[in-house]
Design a protein around this ligand. Structure first.
Ligand code: SF4
Length: 466
């Protein structure tokens, strides 16, 4: 299984990679299957059934609207985020959707998208079943998909195997574990980012890799800027106040105060993370890193590097993202980055670990110190549950990204003070995360049936949809 940096970091929309981005991709894939089979214009109606965590928290995570847009042929990377509410209203009010953008079919919101909270498909908790019917209500086609975290989607053909993403390409330096990664770096005399750059050439030229990474960086920066510019309350019914704009104004209004407070840098890191995750919660344009719920940590730590580290530059940004991806690949291959599978340790924990290792690399750390930082970043997120209040990616998710960002910077600093030798290896902590996730009760895996989700006043969610 080969995974590219651009699989882990992709441009999408909020609020959730597994519950918004993944379902949109699955719906579009289903439409493509219908098109390839020559069935598209025979379709009269489509039923989309969401199971497990998608059924439990799909409403708050915007799953239905993502499915509608995917059926109309939209992709998370390119959909116009400013038009989404209007389009969803048009579909619901008009009771018709434009399949693949070319064929109009009937749509009934009460029956055509089903959120089943109780049933869980056997392969993964984020299961989806799409069925297309003709005018006589006969089934034309039916496909099962799974949204396995980070916007990754697999279909039923890989069900029961351990092959999450089929990619026949062979990379220059394949690795399955942190141990193998470090051995390769030593043997080839490469840093982790240099090794990853060689691997990326299996998909793209070096120039395309660099351009692509800097493009992701510009989307991240735009996201932070939007988050700092947009105030008010977040959608969904919890009336969560957006804080980034106000915090930004506070920090700008008294620059002298920063000179007396050596920890003011933490306020800026907090600001960057809040800005991204508020944009995510509002359904804005996001770089999935490696998920949407945890999308604030990589940009916040990268902005810390660019704004507070002397001589930081775009070359460092490229190294940072490549190193973060190498660590993310280890989580993807050996555990999970899905909150529905292993809890928030797989989302915020993985992002924290990735950012810690990446920052260590750009601050001049050795491969062993990078591995050490990544291990610290996860070790102190082990057991972190996923319990979003109201099924919305807001509380505790937004603040949790600020905490994860600061923790990542701290982990990098701890690792850089050592020589890379340490007691728990990254491989062991990844294995522990996976096992802890397996032992974790379902109510703590993105179902909003435990933790904060049930101990905070129950408020009905009110995401824009039919
Ligand atoms: S609690 Fe963590 S895993 Fe769950 S939705 Fe929020 S950020 Fe994602």
């Amino acid at each position: 299984m080969a995974i590219s940096t651009f699989d882990l970091f992709s441009v999408g929309i909020g609020p959730s990679s597994s519950h918004t981005v993944g379902p949109m991709r699955a719906a579009r894939q289903f439409v493509e299957v219908l098109g390839e089979a020559g069935l598209l214009t025979d379709v009269f109606r489509i039923k989309a059934e969401m199971y497990g965590s998608l059924g439990a928290t799909g409403k708050g995570h915007g799953t239905p609207k993502a499915v509608l847009l995917g059926l109309e042929g939209e992709q998370p990377e390119t959909v116009d985020v400013t038009s989404i509410e209007e389009r969803v209203s048009r579909i619901c009010d008009g009771q018709s959707l434009n399949l693949a953008g070319i064929h109009s079919i009937e749509y009934n919101h009460k029956t055509d998208i089903v959120l089943d909270r109780k049933k869980v498909l056997p392969f993964h908790s984020n299961g989806m079943l799409f069925t297309a019917f003709d005018k006589e209500s006969q089934i034309l086609s039916s496909q099962t998909y799974y949204s396995v975290g980070g916007g990754f989607v697999i279909d039923e053909t890989v069900e029961g195997s351990d092959q999450l993403v089929e990619d026949p390409r062979t990379v220059a330096y394949p690795f399955e574990s942190a141990y193998q990664l470090l051995e390769l770096c030593k043997e080839k005399n490469l840093s982790i980012s240099e090794l990853m750059l060689e691997n990326e050439k299996a998909w793209r030229s070096e120039e395309q890799v660099r351009e692509g990474l800097l493009n992701l960086w510009s989307v991240m920066q735009a996201c932070v800027a939007n988050g700092m510019a947009n105030g008010g309350t977040l959608p969904g019914g919890l009336n969560v106040r957006r804080r980034a704009k106000e915090l930004h104004q506070q920090l700008l209004s008294r620059p002298e105060a920063a000179m007396a407070d050596p920890l003011s840098v933490l306020d800026w890191v907090t600001l960057y993370a809040l800005a991204v995750n508020e944009e995510n919660a509002a359904g804005g344009r996001i770089v999935t890193a490696p998920t949407n719920g945890a999308a604030g940590i990589i940009p916040a730590v990268l902005l810390y590097y660019m704004r507070f580290v002397p001589n930081a530059n775009n070359e460092g940004v490229i190294k940072f993202l490549l190193t973060a991806a190498a660590i993310g690949i280890l989580y993807k291959k050996n555990a999970s980055i899905s909150g529905a599978e292993v809890g928030c340790q797989g989302e915020v924990g993985s992002a924290c670990s990735m950012a810690a290792g990446a920052l260590t690399e750009v601050l001049g750390g050795t491969a062993s110190q990078v591995e050490n930082a990544a291990e610290i970043g996860m070790e102190h997120n082990l057991g972190l549950t996923c319990d979003p209040v109201g099924g919305l990616v807001q509380v505790p998710c937004i603040e949790r990204n600020a905490m994860g960002s600061v923790k990542a910077i701290h982990a990098a600093r701890m690792a850089l003070r050592g020589d890379g030798s340490h007691f728990v290896s990254l491989d062991k902590v990844i294995q522990t995360m996976r096992k802890t996730g397996e032992d974790m009760h379902e109510r703590y895996k993105e179902t909003s049936r435990g933790g904060l989700a049930t101990n905070v006043l129950e408020v009905p969610v009110n995401i824009i949809e039919c």
